[in-house]
Design a protein around this ligand. Structure first.
Ligand SMILES: C[S@@+](CC[C@H](N)C(=O)[O-])C[C@H]1O[C@@H](n2cnc3c(N)ncnc32)[C@H](O)[C@@H]1O
Length: 263
């Protein structure tokens, strides 16, 4: 093989982003058994562990941070169930903040999606998600895990798709994005109406700018300002907004936003 042939072969097999292998669980990945082991700020969540993952005792692993952001299983299942009725032409789902796998698992178990790309930038959290998805017996052929910054992934998808491994190159017209970003920022716990421009580390504008081309679903704080969300509707299209409750209390506000397409 000549030098040129060799470098051509290398070009083809080296990409900026490639699917993640199965990541090993690290010291950060934990399965707490008794309350005494659990850091004080997680104890409230630990006491709700079976509402978060009904198979917790089978060996669910979480990082300490993941407890604060995981979508409880009944809510994740309800969202996944509702998303079964999206336009049949959509066959790919990208979970841009996969966390410990709460939503990814529900989407996989719904069997609605031909292909799910689950992106998480923290290696230990990704290892937990992969482990939990196996525990819940999700079809491994359906999920492509990606250890990356999801904004970088979307930028490459839009601008340099050849930099993505073929498994990560998706048809944007057939794709729905699901985003459960970290929630934070001044007033998020205290304000009656939360200003989504203040959400940290990613505010509504940052999220919407990255996602607008595709249909996207935003999992947001329950007090989010609905007027800011309504403005995201492209043209005459409408945005559906749903409050998801458990035991009478809202857990989150979810906005289903049509994409503006390629125009
Ligand atoms: C609220 S949690 C997601 C929880 C997830 N839906 C679940 O049910 O387990 C947000 C996650 O996004 C990850 N994250 C934050 N910024 C990211 C980025 N730019 N790209 C990919 N993952 C990111 C964090 O590490 C965290 O695990």
């Amino acid at each position: 093989m000549g030098v040129n042939d060799q470098s051509k072969r290398q070009e083809k097999t080296s990409y900026t982003l490639e699917p993640a292998e199965r990541f090993p669980l690290t010291d950060e990945c934990k399965h707490y058994i008794g309350k005494k082991q659990v850091p004080w700020d997680i104890q409230k969540y630990f006491s709700q562990r079976y509402s978060i993952f009904s198979w917790y005792d089978e060996g669910v692993y979480m990082t300490d941070d993941a407890w604060f952001g995981v979508t409880p299983e009944p809510v994740a299942n309800q969202i996944a169930g509702e998303m079964c009725s999206v336009d049949a032409s959509k066959d790919t789902l990208v979970d841009v903040f996969a966390g410990a796998g709460g939503n990814t698992i529900a989407f996989a178990l719904s069997q609605r999606w031909k292909h799910i790309i689950a992106i998480e930038r923290d290696a230990s959290t990704l290892a937990c998600a992969q482990h939990n998805a196996e525990l819940y017996e999700c079809d491994p052929e359906t999920i492509t895990w990606l250890h990356a910054d999801s904004f970088e992934y979307l930028a490459l998808l839009h601008n340099q798709p050849d930099q993505l491994h073929p498994q990560l190159r998706i048809d944007m017209d057939k794709t729905v994005l699901f985003a459960s970003p970290p929630w934070g920022g001044p007033g998020y716990r205290t304000d009656a109406v939360f200003n989504l421009s203040d959400m940290q580390p990613y505010n509504l504008d940052k999220l919407h700018t990255a996602y607008a081309r595709m249909d996207h679903v935003l999992y947001l704080p329950r007090t989010s300002d609905i007027r800011q969300i309504a403005k995201l509707a492209p043209g005459e299209a409408k945005v559906d907004v749903v409050q998801y409750c458990m035991e009478g209390a809202s857990k989150a506000m979810v906005a289903y936003i049509p994409g503006r397409g390629s125009t």
